[in-house]
Design a protein around this ligand. Structure first.
Ligand code: ZN
Length: 155
């Protein structure tokens, strides 16, 4: 899911040629981005610095391998890009879209690495490298959102 290699060279011309585009401009993902920002505020008590959104893009693409649902790339100047597997997205349930995009936003907006483990019932973080099975997120949504922004799993 997480890689800073390979796509970097490929995406650079794309980023620089789309100056007006940013993460808030994709209507298919905008509601989830807004919810991510709201969750951040509810958990931390602070508003997320929304200007960070202007440094990045979120796009649905047909070029990712079938086994890769999404990918975050970051650059040293602070810009970032999330690409989501279009086929996965089209067939995914809403909760799968949320967990995928929250995961990639965790990488790209907050610099999070992979973490979490399987505790016998749940992956203990949305930053677990594998996408959550259907139903896992909705069964413990509050714990996942809290863990995402505090690193404390408290189910
Ligand atoms: Zn990842």
């Amino acid at each position: 899911m997480f890689s800073k290699i390979g796509v970097v060279v490929l995406l650079m011309p794309f980023l620089t040629s789309c100056g007006v585009k940013n993460a808030a401009s994709n209507p298919k993902t905008l509601d989830i981005v807004k919810q991510y920002l709201l969750d951040y505020k509810n958990v931390t008590g602070k508003a997320f610095p929304e200007e960070a959104l202007n440094n990045g893009t979120i796009d649905l693409v047909d070029t990712l391998p079938a086994a890769i649902a999404g990918q975050c790339s970051t650059w040293s100047n602070g810009s970032w890009a999330i690409i989501l597997n279009n086929m996965y997205w089209e067939y995914a349930r809403e909760e799968q879209r949320i967990t995928l995009l929250y995961h990639e936003l965790g990488h790209c907006l907050q610099g999070m690495d992979h973490r979490g483990k399987y505790d016998g019932k749940n992956f203990t973080s949305l930053m677990h490298p594998y996408t959550l099975p259907i139903g896992m997120f909705t069964s413990a949504q509050k714990a996942y959102v809290n863990e995402l922004h505090t690193k404390i799993w408290s189910l």
